[in-house]
Design a protein around this ligand. Structure first.
Ligand SMILES: NC(=O)c1ccc[n+]([C@@H]2O[C@H](COP(=O)([O-])OP(=O)(O)OC[C@H]3O[C@@H](n4cnc5c(N)ncnc54)[C@H](OP(=O)(O)O)[C@@H]3O)[C@@H](O)[C@H]2O)c1
Length: 324
């Protein structure tokens, strides 16, 4: 495993972070709990020391209490018992639903009340008394940055969180918040098939803000597992949140996969390992979050650190990415 310092937190974390939206299961493949926990264990065994989750991962999972809200956090909480100090634990707040109205009432909020209560809920479900990094999951476009940073300051003073971060915020708001209370990290999408956040990641790095990137495997398409267009339910994250399984993007990505196949074959490696190396070699990516809920995927992905692409191969990949 490789390790990088997350921004200027002084904390070295693995170049890949375990992502748990798929472990939540809702909007994905309703991952089996035991299988997910085996996947987490395998990643930890390989030296991964950062886990990313959110209370919303699992929301509307059938048959779970509170409509699955906090399900992934509970699954993770069970695995990290007894290992807490070795793990950089990341969760989020600000995506919730109104209990009186039911699961259709999901909302974004970064009010003081929501942040403080959200953190308390996560601490309970994760079975810990502190969170290393708490993100506001999405900006709510209403609450002032002053109110949001003030709530985060309270949680830091109380020792309930060590750092706070902003996910999916604009660069302008990130800089304004950073002036009020240092932002430890941003979380943004970034991969071979989505380079839209590159400028923002570079700007964040310049300010000493850590960078965690999500969708590093293009929601699965960059693993080579899909060579024909699959049919996903319209609520599936791969159809509603990511858009790589639609034409013309799908066919364009297949051409990129052809080049990735060649690079992978030359090293007896897998396509997912090519995608992972491409991300973690960027100096402005501190850690690439990988969504994994299967042990075999955990093993395959962590083996990305057993070999290295050369500069010529990187150039070939970048040329193929230019054509997307
Ligand atoms: N801040 C935000 O707004 C935000 C948004 C999206 C995601 N995130 C975070 O970032 C994480 C990563 O993003 P993501 O999970 O959305 O997408 P992703 O990591 O690009 O892709 C996840 C998909 O790839 C599959 N996969 C992983 N390794 C594989 C392999 N070796 N072979 C075949 N398939 C493989 C997973 O399958 P299995 O599950 O079957 O292993 C899952 O279906 C999330 O889990 C979450 O923690 C944050």
């Amino acid at each position: 495993m490789q390790y990088k310092e997350l921004g200027n937190t002084g904390k070295k974390i693995s170049a890949v972070t375990l992502g748990s939206w798929g472990i939540g299961g809702a909007g994905w493949d309703n991952a089996d709990k035991k299988e997910s926990q085996a996947a987490i264990d395998k990643m930890l065994e390989y030296g991964v020391n950062a886990i990313d989750t959110a209370p919303i991962y699992g929301f509307v999972r059938p048959g779970e209490e509170d409509f699955g809200y906090g399900y992934a956090e509970k699954v993770i909480g069970e695995v990290i018992r007894g290992k807490r100090e070795d793990i950089f634990l990341v969760t989020k707040c600000g995506l919730n639903y109104d209990r009186a109205q039911g699961p259709r009432s999901m909302y974004k909020s970064m009010t003081r009340e929501e942040i403080i209560a959200g953190c308390e809920g996560s601490l309970k479900r994760l079975g810990t008394d502190y969170i290393d990094l708490l993100f506001v999951h999405w900006p709510d476009m209403k609450t002032s940055l002053e109110e949001m940073t003030d709530a985060m300051k309270t949680l830091i003073q109380q020792g309930k969180i060590l750092h706070y971060g902003l996910s999916n915020f604009t660069l302008e708001d990130t800089c304004r918040a950073d002036d009020l209370l240092h932002v430890a990290a941003v979380q943004l999408p970034y991969s071979m098939v989505d380079k839209g956040s590159e400028e923002m990641l570079l700007a964040a790095k310049k300010r000493g803000i850590g960078t965690m990137t999500y969708g590093s495997l293009g929601s699965g398409i960059l693993t080579g597992a899909y060579r024909t267009i699959p049919t996903f339910d319209k609520m599936d994250a791969r159809a509603s949140f990511y858009h790589f399984f639609e034409e013309p993007m799908f066919s364009r990505i297949q051409k990129l996969l052809g080049v990735m196949d060649e690079v992978a074959a030359a090293h007896q490696a897998t396509v997912s390992q090519v995608a992972i190396q491409w991300s973690v070699r960027k100096e402005f990516v501190d850690t690439a979050i990988l969504g994994v809920s299967k042990e075999k995927h955990a093993r395959q992905n962590c083996d990305a650190f057993t070999w290295e692409m050369d500069e010529e191969e990187l150039r070939k990949l970048d040329a193929a990415i230019q054509c997307l």
